[in-house]
Design a protein around this ligand. Structure first.
Ligand SMILES: Nc1nc2c(c(=O)[nH]1)N[C@H]1C(S)=C(S)[C@@H](COP(=O)(O)O)O[C@H]1N2
Ligand SMILES: [Mo]
Length: 407
């Protein structure tokens, strides 16, 4: 809770600077200049060779739904799985395409006015020799569930039409960002860090926005951010950021920059299109410059595809998962009749997992049914009936109506 207030307060400060100092046109110019600088840095660290398609790994239709340059996990693929999402079904969100980067030629460049000395470089071997840490953490796209703004709430939103499969939990091993920043000579005046990817620049509407990058306050960077080089015990796969990515627990997926090439450390608040144009909440009743957000919300999913066929007049066990970036899930209620009656689901698995698995026994009559699951976390956050509208369709937290057919 405290952290959340700190983040909001910090963003007000950040925004104040923006509104006071720079007009929107200046900001765009600034963004372009920064992009050009970073593009140069990316070239210097070398490496990015194009992969044949936007995604390298196999995308069998029983595990994924392909959405442009992205691949959404099918929730039926989580049936029978433990807490972790295996790499073969972990969702992929690419702004452009997966670059093939050779760890042996890779370097991470850390630079900026927030360092006490000049730029510092780390190669892969140097990073691997630093003290390592292993954490289980969720990566979830801020737009996960976006399609339900349209199908459930009748609203127009732009962006990838994810259902609920833009989320995954993995065991990440790597070096704490704090370890690397301290070795790089972090100054006390540092305020933001700006990690940038080595994937091709993101071009939209004819404008080259430069490499994918989004600033993080130093406070968060030092708290629990990991530079990950392993995922579920394997070297980080190409699609998930090989050789090194950021993992930013609790924050929206865009924070967890893949194919990390550079980190600027600044003594002034930083901006990129990914915290000004995108990944802000725009729309009716919101300020013109949008509302900032960094955290994920609370959601639930059944381990079933929408429209799944179930056997009628037989006892069966419904399974699903709920997760909240704010903390552990306290309880989950499930309805099998479109929201008229609710029953408490049974928890499965231990305490403290990244998501809460649950199950409920049910004997469906023949015909169409609508399943709903509503989670509440230990802070009392609960899933609403309607998610707060925003034009870019972020943070869909409402209860999803999941159709099934029993026959
Ligand atoms: N360099 C880079 N990092 C990136 C992205 C990207 O396109 N390029 N996509 C971001 C977004 S929007 C999300 S949701 C997560 C997805 O991580 P995954 O593809 O490993 O599931 O990566 C983030 N990191
Ligand atoms: Mo995302």
């Amino acid at each position: 809770m405290d952290d959340m207030l700190d983040e909001a307060a910090y963003d007000r400060l950040r925004l104040g600077r923006w509104l006071a100092g720079v007009s929107r046109r200046d900001l765009l110019k600034l963004t372009a200049a920064v992009s050009a600088g970073l593009a140069g840095a990316a070239e210097a660290t070398g490496a990015a060779e194009a992969a044949p398609g936007p995604i390298v790994k196999a995308l069998p239709p029983e595990l994924f739904t392909v959405l442009g340059t992205n691949a959404e996990m099918r929730w039926s693929a989580m049936a029978g799985q433990g807490d972790l999402v295996p790499i073969d079904r972990f969702f992929v969100r690419n702004h452009t395409s997966t670059p093939i980067i050779d760890a042996a030629n890779w370097q991470l460049r850390i630079f900026g006015a927030g360092l006490r000395h000049g730029p510092v470089e780390f190669d892969y071997q140097q990073l691997r020799r630093l003290p390592s840490e292993t954490v289980t953490a969720t990566v979830e796209c801020a737009g996960n569930g976006r399609s339900y703004f349209t199908t459930q709430q009748g609203q127009t939103v732009s962006g990838t039409a994810w259902r609920l499969g833009g989320v995954g939990v993995a065991r990440w091993r790597g070096v704490r960002l704090s370890t690397v920043l301290r070795r790089a000579g972090l100054a006390r005046t540092a305020v933001d860090v700006l990690p940038a990817g080595l994937d091709p620049n993101y071009v939209t509407g004819g404008v080259d926005l430069g490499p994918v990058r989004r600033p993080l306050p130093v406070r968060k960077a030092l708290r629990d951010v990991l530079l990950a080089y392993e995922m579920n015990g394997e070297p980080l796969p190409a699609d998930h950021g090989h050789p090194v990515r950021l993992v930013v627990p609790g924050w929206i997926g865009i924070s967890s920059i893949k194919w990390l090439g550079s980190i600027e450390v600044s003594d002034v608040p930083l901006f990129s299109p990914w915290n000004t144009q995108f990944y802000r909440l725009f729309g009716p009743g919101r300020p013109a410059e949008g509302e900032p957000f960094d955290r994920q919300v609370i959601k639930s999913a059944f381990e079933l595809d929408p429209g799944a066929q179930l056997p009628a007049d037989q006892p069966l066990r419904l399974r699903g998962r709920s997760w909240s970036a704010a903390g552990a899930i306290r309880h989950v209620e499930v309805s099998t009749d479109g929201g008229r009656h609710w029953r408490r689901a049974r928890r499965v698995g231990g305490e403290g997992a990244a998501w809460q698995r649950w199950e409920l026994d049910w004997r469906p009559a023949a015909g169409a049914h609508e399943l709903l699951a509503r989670a509440t976390d230990v802070h009392g956050n609960t899933q609403p009936d309607v998610a707060a509208y925003n034009t870019l369709g972020y943070l869909f937290d409402a209860v999803v109506r999941h159709p099934v057919v029993a026959a």
